[in-house]
Design a protein around this ligand. Structure first.
Ligand code: HSE
Length: 310
């Protein structure tokens, strides 16, 4: 029997793609995180409220957490209902996995409350409905690390095949210039075909990055953080991008690039000291450009969605 009917969870921000792994690699961060309170009730249906001020729809069918929970509810006994209160700290359109945190957080919270009737793979399956609503396409590179923490490789979504990768300690500096890039637009502008020579270079980088994480080889990680397919197209939407990358690498960052579909830019660092220097460089560049930012200096989140109050 269920022992409680409410819990509160934190759903972490995530960096999808990790530069070369478009739609197949992602990493969870310790900051920022959305906070969600879920209550199960015997009244059927789903009620959503937002305590943030982003003006997101509270109609379940138009809300990424809503469509994900509705997909889960189809596989629960008829008559199970939920009330969900969402406080978003991950700004929508930031490139930090905001929609994934809502979608994954909602279904992971419901699963924890119901004492885990579903596997992590089921949760990813439900939450991809949220990504479909947000960006028009199902992808799991934010959802999987949000749920399970760490770095995940999505080998396939049909069928789901998700691998958690080990990685050495990393400090992550993320700058979010306060402009909005919609994932759906950032996907629309991509070329549908890739020249073979670019594909070969990208495969080398993805394999190198995975090997670098597994072997704790920081130099290999740095060399492999190169994207010859997506970044040249999307970076045009982000003021200051080339300068941030160049100057942060000169200051000792391993490398980095666009976080998810942008506009946030992330840099991986071996040392905290470098992560803080990278922060100053980012501040300097965007101050000069007159663009406001939010900057996070954080580390990899190893837990994924976690209960913060039950
Ligand atoms: N892989 C996705 C993209 C992540 O880059 O479009 C954004 O949600």
């Amino acid at each position: 029997m269920k022992s409680k009917n409410t819990i509160t969870i934190a759903a972490p921000a995530t960096v999808a793609n990790l530069v070369c792994g478009f739609d197949i690699l992602g990493m969870a961060l310790n900051e920022p995180a959305d906070i969600m309170k879920i209550t199960v009730s015997d009244k059927p249906g789903l009620k959503i409220t937002h305590t943030d001020d982003y003006g997101l729809s509270t109609v379940p069918e138009k809300n990424v957490a809503g469509v994900s929970l509705l997909a889960m509810m189809e596989e629960l006994p008829a008559g199970t209902g939920f009330e969900l209160e969402i406080c978003k700290n991950i700004m929508p359109g930031s490139g930090l996995g905001s929609s994934a945190a809502s979608a994954a957080g909602a279904v992971a919270a419901a699963n924890l409350l119901l004492e885990k009737p579903f596997s992590e793979s089921d949760l990813v399956r439900f939450a991809m409905n949220g990504e479909k609503l947000a960006s028009g396409v199902k992808h799991a590179d934010n959802i999987a690390p949000c749920i399970s923490g760490g770095i995940t490789l999505i080998r396939s979504i049909h069928p789901l095949d998700i691998i958690s990768l080990p990685a050495p300690p990393l400090y992550v500096t993320v700058v979010h210039p306060q402009i909005e890039v919609k994932t759906s637009d950032a996907r629309q502008i991509l070329r549908k075909e890739v020249p073979l020579k670019n594909a070969i270079r990208q495969w080398g980088n993805i394999a190198g990055l995975v090997a670098g994480f597994m072997q704790s080889d920081y130099d290999l990680i740095g060399r492999s953080l190169e994207d010859v397919i997506i970044e040249p197209v999307r970076s045009i939407l982000i003021p200051g991008f080339d300068d941030v990358k160049k100057r942060c690498k000169e200051a000792g960052a391993l490398g980095g690039g666009i976080s998810g579909s942008g506009p946030s830019i992330f840099m991986l660092n071996k040392e905290e000291k470098t992560a803080l220097e990278v922060r100053s460089i980012m501040e300097d560049i965007y101050n000069t450009l007159g663009i406001e930012t939010r900057i996070y200096v954080t580390t990899m989140n190893q837990k994924g969605v976690k209960i913060i109050n039950d």
